[in-house]
Design a protein around this ligand. Structure first.
Ligand SMILES: N[C@@H](CCC(=O)N[C@@H](CS)C(=O)NCC(=O)O)C(=O)O
Length: 197
């Protein structure tokens, strides 16, 4: 398996976490977003939108980090990256999608402003909206984590989908202090060998 990614990308980190946690062997290919490598014709033959991450599993190409996580969980069932019961899997799917829509929905556009625009060119209204709306998202996650080590109890791909963007929350000006369960869970995520891998 070959993962097209960039070390600094939180979306790529989602996929990388899942791959490392699966125990599978994979290779990594860095795509340089700064020089625009993702928009070159060769890469866009694989990914029509020219984005990372993308997984090439011996010719089976999957893009969208959530889809890659689900693919990995399906391919390596013994890794236990999804709960056993359908009811619990429903919860894992829900929180995986929450990572994409609610967390990335606000923080992805904020990331574009913070990393790809000069400070004087940033859309401050967009950043302010993200800072205003993220506490509601964090409160929902915090409630879910009450009394649980990971989002659906045991570690799952839902954790891989939600944690990478939240590592950047304070840098984006989002207050995390009141969300103690989220803070505890982020500490547990960062302690896993996969986090720095
Ligand atoms: N929903 C996609 C988002 C992918 C995405 O936007 N990736 C960013 C990097 S974090 C990217 O490739 N941006 C390059 C560009 O749009 O030019 C996913 O979860 O995989």
């Amino acid at each position: 398996m070959l993962l097209y990614e960039m070390a600094a990308s939180p979306n790529a980190k989602r996929a990388r976490l899942g791959l490392i946690e699966s125990g599978a062997e994979f290779e990594s290919r860095e795509v340089n977003l700064i020089t625009g490598e993702q928009k070159q014709d060769d890469y866009k033959k694989l990914h029509p939108l020219g984005r990372i991450p993308l997984l090439d599993d011996d010719g089976t190409v999957v893009w969208e980090s959530g889809a890659i996580l689900l693919y990995i969980a399906d391919k390596f069932p013994d890794a236990g990256l999804l709960p056993k019961t359908l009811a619990d899997r429903g919860q894992a799917y829900q929180w995986l999608t929450f990572g994409e829509t609610s967390i990335h929905g606000y923080m992805g556009p904020m990331g574009f402003q913070m990393f790809r625009r000069k400070p004087e060119d940033r859309d401050e209204a967009l950043l302010a909206r993200g800072r205003q709306r993220m506490p509601e998202v964090l409160a929902a996650l915090d409630r879910q984590l009450e009394g649980k080590e990971y989002i659906v109890g045991d570690f799952s791909i839902a954790d891989c989908a939600c944690a990478p963007w939240l590592e950047l929350a304070e840098f984006f000006g989002i207050e995390m202090g009141e969300f103690e369960n989220v803070e505890r869970w982020m500490t547990a995520m960062k302690a896993r060998p996969s986090w720095g891998g």
